[in-house]
Write a protein that binds this ligand. Structure first.
Ligand code: GMT
Length: 369
């Protein structure tokens, strides 16, 4: 098939999922055209079957806000026409879904179906903002197919927007050949890792507080991978709690598959995760997550079996779980093996990509609406 993919090209779960999906589809013989305002991170557009089309947004002084959605719709329309795309698949509803709807309406000579994949904050935060709610609901209703990355997100979408149209759950995936455990050498201290875009919803300050608790019982250090608005506050807190020398802020990382296997535990203390891709990537590397209850993460992590889930904000309980894991090598090995097994048996890209392929075929045949 010839597939157009639009996503946010920056660091963030939806862009990563879209990019990995495109790369996997290209490997399976599809022709994949990324349409975005920058080359998505993790995308090597020189690979066979991968194409990248940049969206230029003119910044005419009259425009207080450059009309990106219109530029994107125009580019989608052009790419769809020139490369005879069979469908357009947009990741993150706002504003990509509306741009795809415009491109579809501009394509008058044939049918150009589009699929919207809902990722999380497009529904839970941004989509539920009064100013975006009607247009997000409209674009969901007008999509030829809609997928959500968890059952939780599907149900939130139904509740928040009152949509009755079918929503398909296709969970996120991980390439278990790329993300895999590595043999640990002996170390002086245990390694905790956190990977995110450091937005308030991630509660990165809790990672620092957890480390403070943990270090009262076990020597440990914390690797903070990523960047974003809360990084400065996290750096300050590490100083205030007198543990700055045990926290390393790595900034944005292009190869988390090399970083994750070096850790013992992943911290994911988020306010809410519709799925929790960072947890899945860690699990594939045999790194058990200590994460928070609520959202869709319970569809991935089974408490006590392949990781732990505690209440949001309860840093004492989260730290206690970390201490348990780090103090008991047998427990750690059991959780690590189970985490890897979960990734392999339920979320490996080999299992999930065919679900997208089948969905594409059904949408193109008009079976889904
Ligand atoms: O809000 C973010 O953290 C970024 C966001 C995105 O769309 O880039 O992440 C969401 O999508 C990921 C991929 O599907 C999910 O794994 C994350 O759980 C989800 N984030 C939230 O729900 C907060």
């Amino acid at each position: 098939m010839r597939i157009g993919i639009t996503c946010y090209p920056t660091y963030g779960g939806s862009g990563i999922v879209a990019t990995e999906l495109g790369l996997e589809l290209a490997q399976r013989g599809h022709d994949v055209h990324f349409i975005s305002n920058a080359n998505p991170i993790r995308l090597d557009s020189s690979l066979p079957g991968i194409h990248y089309h940049e969206v230029e947004v003119s910044n005419y002084p009259l425009f207080q806000y450059p009309p990106y959605t219109l530029a994107l719709a125009s580019r989608m329309f052009e790419v769809a026409a020139c490369y005879k795309l069979d469908l357009v698949h947009v990741h993150y509803a706002i504003p990509h879904s509306i741009a795809a709807l415009l491109a579809q309406q501009m394509t008058t000579k044939r049918r150009l179906p589009f699929i919207t994949t809902l990722h999380g904050t497009d529904i839970t935060l941004v989509g539920a903002d009064r100013s975006y709610l009607p247009i997000t609901r409209f674009s969901i209703e007008k999509s030829d197919g809609v997928t959500a990355v968890s059952t939780y997100l599907k149900e939130r979408t139904q509740d928040v927007f009152g949509v009755t149209r079918p929503l398909e759950v296709i969970p996120n995936f991980v390439n278990c050949e790329l993300y895999r455990p590595c043999v640990q050498g002996t170390r002086e201290s245990a390694v905790l890792v956190h990977v995110s875009n450091f937005r308030p919803v991630k509660r990165v300050l809790d990672c620092i507080r957890i480390l403070k608790h943990v270090r009262r019982h076990v020597p440990a250090r914390l690797l903070m991978a990523g960047d974003g608005p809360e990084r400065g506050a996290a750096e300050m807190l590490a100083e205030e709690l007198d543990i700055a020398e045990h926290v390393t802020f790595l900034g944005k990382q292009d190869h988390v598959e090399r970083l994750l296997p070096t850790a013992d535990v992943l911290l994911l203390p988020s306010e809410m995760e519709s799925f929790g891709l960072a947890a899945l990537e860690a699990m594939a590397c045999g790194v058990p997550p200590v994460a928070t209850l609520g959202g869709g993460i319970g569809e991935l992590v089974t408490h006590g079996q392949d990781g732990y889930l505690e209440e949001v904000g309860d840093v004492t309980s989260q730290a206690q779980r970390v201490i348990e894991i780090l103090s008991d090598p047998v427990l750690h090995a059991r959780l690590a093996a189970a985490a890897r097994r979960t990734a392999e048996t339920r979320f490996d890209s080999k299992r999930i990509i065919p679900l997208y392929e089948r969905f594409y075929t059904e949408v193109c045949e008009g079976v889904r609406a």
